[in-house]
Design a protein around this ligand. Sequence first.
Ligand code: GSH
Length: 211
Amino acid sequence: MSRAVLYDYFRSSAAYRVRIALNLKGVDYEQRSINLAEGVQKGGDYRAVNPQGFVPCLEIDGHTLTQSLSIAVYLDQTIPEPALMPRDPIDGAHVRSLALMIACDIHPLNNLRVLKYLAGELGVSEAQKDEWYRHWIAEGLTALEAMAKPRAGAYLFGDQPTLADVCLVPQLYNARRFNVPLDPYPYLRRADETATAHPAFAAAHPDKQDH
Ligand SMILES: N[C@@H](CCC(=O)N[C@@H](CS)C(=O)NCC(=O)O)C(=O)O
């Protein structure tokens, strides 16, 4: 079977999730950088790979997969260890909730195309755009902290990395880039600190990627 290919961009939170999942599962993969800042994702060549024009996209086992959570679940199903999801259905539902809060409710409001549309078509100022970003991050992270707190351990759920941490670490990286204060979220910060010390997470960090 040929080597997996990840269509990637160093700063993309969604691609960062997949890098973490691939590293946790020990998958050897080639990275192809799609420069989002230069709009390469909108070009015909990349649309032929992923018609949605987003990274990440993963070619693996003869298939082309899109959507970071779908990719992470595929990896978890085909390479069961180490598990990204707890076996217990209720624990699993909790972990999925945490991951979906980030991937569906926080990240889409603040990704590149939304911020570009605000600043471009809608003509909002830089200050208003930053305010938008901080508002949705603070609201989302406050809810996430409250949800995670009762069952958090060294990681967001318990003491092993799960899909929730795969989503958390890139989101907090992103928040720091926009100078969002993270003091109000001690449980999120603890999980982030534990995870970033893990080699699979460390190797996926944007600073470690070619771009
Ligand atoms: N729900 C998608 C989100 C993917 C996404 O938003 N990717 C962003 C980068 S983080 C992107 O490719 N944006 C291209 C653009 O904004 O033009 C996933 O989880 O994979």
